[in-house]
Design a protein around this ligand. Sequence first.
Ligand code: PGA
Length: 249
Amino acid sequence: MRRTLVAANWKMNGNKETVASLLTAFKNGMSGSADVAIFPPALYVPQVAQALAGTDISFGVQNVSAQESGAFTGELSLSMVNDFACKYVLIGHSERRELFGETDADVAQKVVATLKAGLIPMLCIGETLEQRESGITEEVVGTQIKAVLDAVGIAAFETIVIAYEPVWAIGTGKTASPEQAQDVHAFIRGMLEAEDAAVAAKTRILYGGSVKAASAEALFGQPDIDGGLVGGASLLADEFVAICNAAKG
Ligand code: PGA
């Protein structure tokens, strides 16, 4: 019922050549068993748009401003993102939250603006190692979701994609076990279910944090894990293709 979605977060990596060669490999290798989305650095979006024209692979940006236009040096607006046929906007990645000070309120505003612009927010949430070890994972994730739920309402979660990314698993090689991830995914879906069961049944909840070809199948096999958000392994053509093809559809 929920089709698997696998997304590549290239972060601040790559150049024209690597973008071209990765996309060629992706186009040739995908079996079509999952929906696929690519988040390149924004400067490469036109190149990605051109390379992926006529394919089923979607793309988007890693961040956006909630402002419409004006004196916001260095920022990108949603109308600019829409000018290049992006489908998704990654919002609230832990690196944005930790390194650039984005708050739950900022994230909620960006989700509101993205929905208004007709794009799909991919909302990233997740706890730090310290929070997990203190036993407050559900509280942290619950607060992050609630900030957005209060701003947009439950119906918007038919559109919004959630990416649960434990901060301690990002870029560390320490993937959450399928059971650890499933527990948090079930908690998130339960929260949405309490608002509207029909919407909760449709919301795609992806797992992110050191996903590799070797771990993808077991993760995607969990009942509440609907795909992955992949960083490091999405810069390796064969790995990323294998992760996408691990999906059953
Ligand atoms: P990783 O990154 O796969 O390199 O852990 C995931 C992410 O930050 O989205």
